[in-house]
Design a protein around this ligand. Structure first.
Ligand code: GSH
Length: 275
């Protein structure tokens, strides 16, 4: 899996808007209006390579570890059987809020996003992970092999997302740091910050009891629910030390297990690579 350039560096073949003007330019060059001789041959070769290149999936990642891009990174490593190219979108520079990104990738101006081989863009971290699970060739499903397993994984994924991850994110979005970062691009609710923390604590207290005796949320293997919750708790604990409370002993042990997994380490290394 390669971690590559910034969104503004997307080569023409992978960006629909740029592609049109680039093709016109290509035609002009080939007609010899802008180049000749060796330069023209080289340009034709590049064009030929571009055209014959197998289409690839493109993952629009962020330059920071965030609760919604981290699950996709970790899922890619844990799932196996997937080949994607990564584009780093610089959130701090508000690249995701610029017209080019909104027009060519995600109209909502958010990351993550995934462009499939046929050019379709999927957003929403859970939908992206489920899509990746289906198109992977080889590896191990993190959603489930049977209808029963899939129902269980989806049940826990929905619970951890609604009862913990979303309140934790809403807690952070009530902070002054969030106001500075978003610069008015999101409707924030600072007045709800304490309430969201209490909701998240309540959800984590409940989960702490529910996972007693299990290594992972759904049983004995890491699945999508684990990745969604760990990614949120991990990335948000940089600012919220209250999140991974050692008094929730089962959840804290699960967190340590997730943290030491190869896929978490690989996802974190890719955070470091892309910044
Ligand atoms: N529901 C979406 C939420 C996506 C989202 O809020 N992404 C954040 C990063 S964690 C983002 O794009 N923040 C920058 C912004 O909104 O300007 C998902 O699950 O993928």
């Amino acid at each position: 899996m390669g971690f590559m350039a910034h969104i503004s560096d997307i080569p023409p073949s992978q960006n629909t808007c740029v592609e049109i003007s680039s093709l016109q330019q290509d035609q002009a060059i080939i007609r010899g209006q802008q180049a000749s001789g060796n330069a023209l041959r080289q340009h034709r070769w590049e064009l030929y390579k571009k055209k014959t290149k197998e289409p690839v999936m493109i993952f629009y990642d962020a330059d920071n570890p965030t609760p919604n891009v981290m699950p996709v990174r970790m899922f890619l490593h844990e799932r196996g059987g997937l080949d994607v190219e990564t584009r780093v979108v610089r959130l701090a520079a508000l690249e995701n809020r610029m017209r080019e990104y909104r027009k060519t990738v995600n109209a909502r101006g958010e990351v993550p996003a995934l462009r499939s081989k046929d050019g379709h863009v999927v957003t929403e971290s859970i939908a992206i992970c489920e899509y990746l699970d289906e198109v992977a060739s080889g590896g191990r499903s993190l959603v489930g092999e049977t209808a029963g397993e899939r129902a269980t994984v989806r049940m826990w994924t929905r619970r951890v997302d609604l009862e913990i991850a979303q309140p934790v994110v809403a807690w952070w979005r009530g902070s002054a740091d969030a106001e500075d970062l978003y610069m008015g691009f999101r409707t924030l609710a600072p007045e709800g910050q304490r309430y969201h923390r209490l909701l998240a604590d309540q959800g984590m207290n409940r989960l702490n009891e529910e996972i007693e005796g299990r290594d992972y949320i759904c049983g004995d293997r890491m699945m999508l629910a684990d990745i969604i919750l760990f990614s949120c708790m991990f990335t948000m604990s940089f600012t919220g030390s209250w999140i991974n409370n050692p008094n929730r002993i089962h959840l804290a042990a699960w967190f340590a297990r997730m943290h030491s997994s190869a896929s978490a380490r690989a996802a974190l290394e890719s955070v470091a690579d892309s910044t």
